[in-house]
Design a protein around this ligand. Structure first.
Ligand SMILES: *[C@@H]1O[C@H](CO)[C@@H](O)[C@H](O)[C@H]1NC(C)=O
Ligand SMILES: *[C@@H]1O[C@H](CO)[C@@H](O)[C@H](O)[C@H]1NC(C)=O
Ligand SMILES: [Zn+2]
Length: 950
């Protein structure tokens, strides 16, 4: 899985930048993640080892005499080896519609007697199928047996149910086209076939599909070995055997017209893009990035992809409906359309970049996830952390123009630091048992912290040793499952061989890794510099945004550089801190020192006030005195330090003042998050908000002027376009006059038939509609409904949410419950509405109160409806919260989301209270920040003073 949009628990919160939300993303997972000792009952016994599995599926899109429409017949045949004597019942997992005939046979084909009164039981709570042998009959250790099960399955209505689901769309030909796809990760193989549905059970798979003769060829993990002539209206398609793999990687895509839209035509190293034919013009970019990514990964990881099994292919298919961003099914990766299909002039650069990075993520999974697999989902970072790391670094290797190695910091390291700072954060290795817990652990931590840890290791060990350790691990564990110890062993061997850490006698790499993998959270280091003596005293403590305390100590690779000889290129640690406090001696000098060079270490840094002041002064004089990645670090750390009460607002804003002169993407990306976070806590204080926004316009001036409202040069660097995308969205959103004027003018041009550059559409639509009429809203709605590029379709949907027109809001809300908004987009669709205009929260609340049953159904279940309520509360004023509260109380028994709703209300109030409490202090600091920077003469005196004191 790739992160973003792919998580079952918090789809909307994570789909959008975390800082867009006034509510802390972790509060929901607390509620969902309840556990008890009985949960291990959800795990399969390990007494049987599946070796090979044959699955034959006959889909029914239409009802037949004895089958309802959207069902399928299945026959699964599993060859197993008994791992012990005395087995009298065989347990596997299933969550299908009906179980029919079951047989168990010995290797010689002889039937084994089942219990005549109860041949099998369906333990639905655990989704187990228990096959009972006749009393006294047992399997023998190392004996080979075959289990054959006939069954009937569902084609679910939406992708959000996973398993096999159906999708339909109207083509350019005006006809409705159907398809069925499968999404089995993480615990949904059992919906497609009774299975050993845990990643640690690996076997080979042979898939057979009997598809309607008038349909297009079915696609699966492997090429078809044969396709029969139609018999009774069905074509029998037999696929080659897969490599040995986990059941969640199985996939089938049955459709009436999906086709190959791009193909590299290379018989030895095939790479193809598949989609609905109407998207035939959108596959070129995906084809451009995929083959070089595959090649680079092969060389870096030392295992050729196309030799992983016989007949390997490397297909990528775009599905209009998909629960997550993409899923790494071996041989046929499935993507939500917008994550694979690019259309020039329609798709914006943010989405284009995602196509590259997510392709890299999914291809990275071929090694980390498919070839070697997490034993169980408690260590899913072994799959997702690596895939997320390569998402940026593999893509960077094949396209330098995207600056992805640098973007890794703001996109992954900083987002990990943000989510990992709550008291309820999980360690990378975190016990999970039930399907709900499993989905919960497919969280930001497994992806972003996993990746950030790998990045820290690369810089700590040096890239050669890092790479060698991955090669050892993959070579030793290929086609098997892995635990953290297996990862650690690869590192230990490479480190030992290369002598990579010999200068650090206090470091044992295995212990180092254990600390990072088994401990939750991360530290902030408090750095106190005596500029007189050069002594640097460092203390570490776990960083919590709000409350929490702990005595944890992490092994920290330290890097630093100082003003007199700044060195931003050396990112190898000079010291490793393995205790609570630590001293370093540098050359005494009255100068700034910065720790965590280019933020490659996974920790935050706080300094004594004087060092901070010197940093602020240096940045005032020349922002480029400090490397842009360390400016990104400073911005992100300063906001976090202020939030956690470790830094005064006065000092924080004194430092942040340099943003008024800085136009770097790397500074502004975290700055926008930080400013939004504060701003979202002032929504209930109109006067404060108005003044704060005035201050922010001054911060934005230089960046807005430098970027311009539109690109002057169509060949500008990608990060400049990205910077404009985020800066203008922010500026327009907070009412920056120039931005709003430009955007409304563009919107008017569009209404009159003009075309808007996709890279500014998000804020042009939003600003245009916020003040616009119903008629103007309808113009965009028509374009939305006609859109043939999904990335742009979602931008338009988001834009439609920005209206404040009552009738338009009403029509928008009604539309969300229809097929005009895809099930996967509905939770976000609600959020777009209140993000677009806070006043819409009230209107949405009234709609949700009346229609909650339909909404729960439309977003497919309570987990997602929880998110709708939580986001709603976050944007609702006190009056609305009271309304929401009394509705929840009055319907306590009929609203399953009651407790989440109540917590969301409390959380929203806590955020407002925080704003009320801190408003004066923040305004004062923000207002006065420039004045606080001392003139040079004074500074000289101040520094002399400091020199005496320290
Ligand atoms: C590192 O520690 C592990 C146990 O945590 C131990 O097994 C191993 O021998 C140690 N390695 C070295 C080089 O001391
Ligand atoms: C480290 O420096 C601090 C502050 O200067 C001092 O109190 C402490 O004794 C030093 N510790 C060591 C181990 O040198
Ligand atoms: Zn993934």
């Amino acid at each position: 899985m790739a992160l973003l949009l792919k998580l079952a628990i918090l789809p909307a919160l994570l789909a959008l930048a975390w800082a867009d939300f006034p509510i802390d993303a972790d509060f929901l997972s607390d509620i969902v993640d309840t556990r008890n000792d009985d949960d291990v009952k959800y795990r399969l016994p390990e007494s049987l080892d599946p070796v090979h599995c044959e699955i034959e599926i006959t889909p029914h899109f239409d009802a037949t005499a004895d089958r309802p429409a959207f069902s399928f017949d299945g026959i699964v045949t599993i060859n197993v080896i008994a791992k012990e004597d005395g087995i009298n019942s065989l347990i596997l997992q299933e969550n299908v519609r009906e179980i029919g005939a079951i047989t168990v046979t010995e290797e010689n084909g002889r039937l084994i007697d089942l219990n005549p009164s109860s041949p099998f039981e369906r333990l639905t709570e655990y989704q187990f199928l228990k096959i009972n042998l006749r009393s006294g009959v047992t399997l023998s250790k190392n004996g080979k047996y075959t289990i054959r099960i006939e069954y009937v399955g569902h084609m679910n209505e939406t992708p959000l149910s996973r398993g096999m689901f159906r999708g339909s769309y109207v083509g350019k030909d005006g006809k409705t086209h159907w398809y069925a796809a499968t999404h089995l990760q993480p615990t949904h193989s059992r919906q497609l076939f009774p299975s050993f549905d845990e990643p640690g059970f690996k076997s080979t798979f042979k898939i057979i599909v009997n598809r309607p003769a008038n349909f297009a060829d079915t696609h699966s993990n492997m090429y078809a070995e044969s396709r029969s002539e139609p018999i009774n209206g069905l074509v029998k398609e037999v696929f080659y055997t897969t490599p040995r793999m986990s059941a969640y990687l199985v996939t089938i895509h049955i459709s009436d017209e999906f086709t190959i839209i791009a193909d590299n035509g290379d018989a030895k190293r095939p790479y193809r893009i598949l989609a609905r034919p109407d998207a035939a013009n959108q596959g070129q970019y995906a084809l451009e990035v995929g083959p070089p990514l595959t090649k680079w990964l092969e060389e870096y990881l030392g295992k050729p992809y196309y030799e992983m099994a016989e007949n390997m292919k490397n297909d990528q298919i775009a599905s209009p409906f998909w629960a997550s961003g993409a899923t790494e099914n071996w041989g046929l990766v499935t993507y939500r359309e917008l994550r694979l299909l690019y259309e020039e002039g329609e798709t914006n650069v943010v989405d284009k970049m995602s196509i590259g990075t997510i392709t890299a993520h999914e291809l990275g999974h071929k090694w980390f996830g498919n070839l070697v697999t997490a034993r169980w989902w408690d260590n899913v970072w072994i799959n997702e952390g690596y895939a997320s790391y390569f998402e940026y670094f593999a893509m960077d290797a094949v396209d330098k123009s995207m600056d992805l190695a640098d973007q890794f910091n703001i996109m992954y390291t900083q987002s990990a630091l943000a989510t990992d700072s709550s008291a309820s954060t999980r360690a990378l290795q975190h016990t999970v048992n039930t399907p709900t817990q499993v989905s919960g652990h497919f969280s930001g931590i497994s992806y972003s912290k996993g990746a950030a840890l790998l990045n820290m290791l690369k810089h700590f060990l040096g890239e050669n040793t890092f790479k060698k350790s991955l090669n050892y691990y993959l070579d030793e564990m290929k086609y098997e499952y892995a635990n953290p110890d297996d990862v650690f062993r690869g590192f230990a061997r490479a480190v030992q061989e290369d002598g990579a850490l010999t200068q650090f006698t206090n470091v044992n790499i295995t212990d180092f890794l254990s600390d990072w993998v088994y401990e939750p959270g991360y530290p902030v280091i408090n750095v106190d510099i005596n500029m007189n003596t050069g002594n640097i005293y460092i203390e570490q403590e776990r960083f919590f945004t709000t409350t929490g305390s702990s005595n944890q100590v992490w092994p920290l690779p330290l890097t630093y550089t100082s003003a007199s000889s700044p060195d931003w290129s050396n990112t190898r640690a000079s010291h490793v801190m393995t205790s609570k406090s630590y001293n370093i001696t540098k050359t005494p000098a009255h100068e700034w020192t910065i720790f965590n060079v280019k933020q490659n270490g996974y920790y935050r840094v706080n300094y004594d006030t004087h060092n901070w002041e010197l940093i602020a002064e240096a940045l005032q004089k020349d922002v480029n005195a400090i490397h842009y990645l360390n400016r990104a670090q400073i911005v992100d750390d300063v906001f976090a330090l202020m939030r956690s009460g470790r830094m005064t607002h006065a000092l924080g804003f004194q430092i942040l003042d340099f943003l008024k002169k800085d136009v770097s993407y790397y500074s502004w990306y975290p700055a926008i998050s930080g400013f939004n976070w504060l701003r979202n806590r002032f929504l209930h204080l109109p006067d404060v908000l108005a003044e704060f926004d005035e201050i922010l316009y001054k911060y934005l001036d230089a960046a807005v002027t430098d970027l311009g409202y539109e690109a002057a040069d169509s060949n500008e660097p990608l990060t400049r376009t990205l910077n404009r995308f985020y800066v203008m969205s922010f500026a327009c959103n907070i009412g920056h006059e120039g931005c709003v004027q430009h955007a409304t003018q563009k919107y008017t041009e569009m209404v009159n038939g003009g075309k808007v550059d996709p890279n500014i559409r998000r804020h042009v639509y939003c600003s245009g509609l916020r003040q616009g009429s119903l008629a103007q809203w309808k113009v965009l709605q028509v374009l939305y409904l006609a859109s043939n590029n999904q990335a742009d379709e979602v931008v338009k949907l988001r834009g439609l949410g920005c209206t404040s027109d009552d009738q338009a809001v009403k029509e928008y809300l009604e539309m969300v419950l229809t097929d005009a908004v895809k099930a996967q987009d509905r939770v976000n669709a609600f959020t777009y509405l209140y993000m677009g205009d806070r006043g819409n929260a009230q209107k949405a609340l009234q709609f949700i109160k009346t229609n909650h049953n339909q909404i729960r159904e439309a977003v497919v279940g309570s987990v997602r409806f929880n998110t709708v309520l939580a986001n709603l509360a976050a944007y609702t004023d006190e009056e609305g919260l009271q309304d929401m509260e009394s509705w929840l109380e009055e319907n306590k028994d009929s609203i399953p989301e009651y407790s989440v709703g109540v917590s969301a209300v409390a959380s929203a109030r806590a955020n407002m209270a925080w704003g009320t409490q801190n408003a004066d202090s923040i305004l004062k600091a923000a207002r006065g920040s420039a004045a606080m920077v001392l003139p040079t003469a004074l500074l000289l005196i101040a520094s002399l003073f400091a020199l005496l004191m320290k």
